[in-house]
Design a protein around this ligand. Structure first.
Ligand SMILES: Nc1ncnc2c1ncn2[C@@H]1O[C@H](COP(=O)(O)OP(=O)(O)OP(=O)(O)O)[C@@H](O)[C@H]1O
Ligand SMILES: [Mg+2]
Length: 258
């Protein structure tokens, strides 16, 4: 076998949290996800890398049904993701998502941004929601910014607020789609450090990123995509030191020596 799948040793199937089976999706004639099989264990950190257009964002977006699929199945914590309806809204709340563009509500304060979903979706009491929000804002290092508006914060601070907002929903899994790509270099680390801590705390995470240092140190597994397929998956040390497929070798030589 030339492209062997290597999953993390400590990932028994019984503890699978997110399971994709034979997932397919087209955008018109473009077969953007091709027979995607991916199982993410509880507490596992999976970094997804691959060339532009390989389907990484689409993969993330299908996991919380921002995109529909044509065939295959996706389940979260043993429950299949429905295509629509109230059950979908509930399951979707179990999946936190952080995008490249922070997507905070511009006309609401930082505190309100992190409180709102808890009250509206999780039906929490406002006082309790605010207390949770303040705890989370402290945890990501922006507690002092609670009463400001997003535009008054740096990009790194805004992205940490976005992480706190996602965490406030008490998600089972967090998806990050290039969370540091829009940031100035000096702000990248403060966001990566929050993500590192989250990983150490045992959060299940899927992270699309070009930050290979993060992949090496935080990931349990690297998934390499090209042309809508998972071409290779391995532990980070194996993947970076000894990629098996030509596609991965080619990709790594480009990003590591530019
Ligand atoms: N809504 C859409 N309609 C049509 N085509 C789309 C749509 N979204 C994405 N695509 C196409 O699907 C392919 C995969 O896109 P996707 O955004 O998932 O790639 P990616 O791996 O995240 O790329 P990047 O590294 O540039 O973010 C690309 O060819 C893209 O142009
Ligand atoms: Mg993308």
């Amino acid at each position: 076998m030339s492209e062997v799948s290597v999953t993390k040793d400590a990932a028994p199937a019984a503890d699978a949290l997110v399971v994709l089976k034979k997932v397919n999706k087209h955008f018109g004639a473009l077969h953007v996800l091709q027979d995607i099989d991916l199982t993410i264990a509880r507490g596992e950190v999976v970094v997804v890398i691959g060339p532009s257009g390989s389907g990484k964002s689409t993969l993330c977006r299908t996991i919380n049904r921002l995109e529909t699929t044509e065939s295959g199945s996706i389940s979260i914590d043993g429950r299949p993701l429905p295509q629509e309806g109230r059950e979908l809204a509930r399951l979707r709340a179990d999946v936190g998502m952080v995008f490249q563009s922070f997507n905070l509500f511009a006309h609401k304060t930082v505190l309100e941004n992190v409180t709102l979903g808890q009250v509206k979706v999780r039906r929490k009491d406002r006082k309790e929601a605010e207390a949770t929000a303040r705890t989370l804002l402290d945890r990501v290092g922006v507690g002092a910014q609670a009463d400001k508006y997003p535009a008054q914060l740096s990009g790194g601070q805004q992205q940490r607020v976005a992480i706190a907002r996602a965490l406030a929903m008490d998600p089972k899994v967090m998806l990050f789609d290039e969370p540091t790509s829009a940031l100035d270099p000096e702000m990248i680390n403060e966001v990566l450090e929050v993500m590192q801590q989250l990983a150490r705390d045992g959060m299940t995470m899927v992270v699309v990123t070009h930050e290979m240092g993060f992949a090496r140190s935080a990931a349990n597994r690297v998934v390499f995509m090209a042309d809508g397929r998972i071409v290779e998956e391995a532990r980070p040390d194996q993947f970076f030191n000894n990629p098996r497929s030509d596609r991965a070798k080619d990709f790594l030589s480009k990003i590591l020596h530019h």
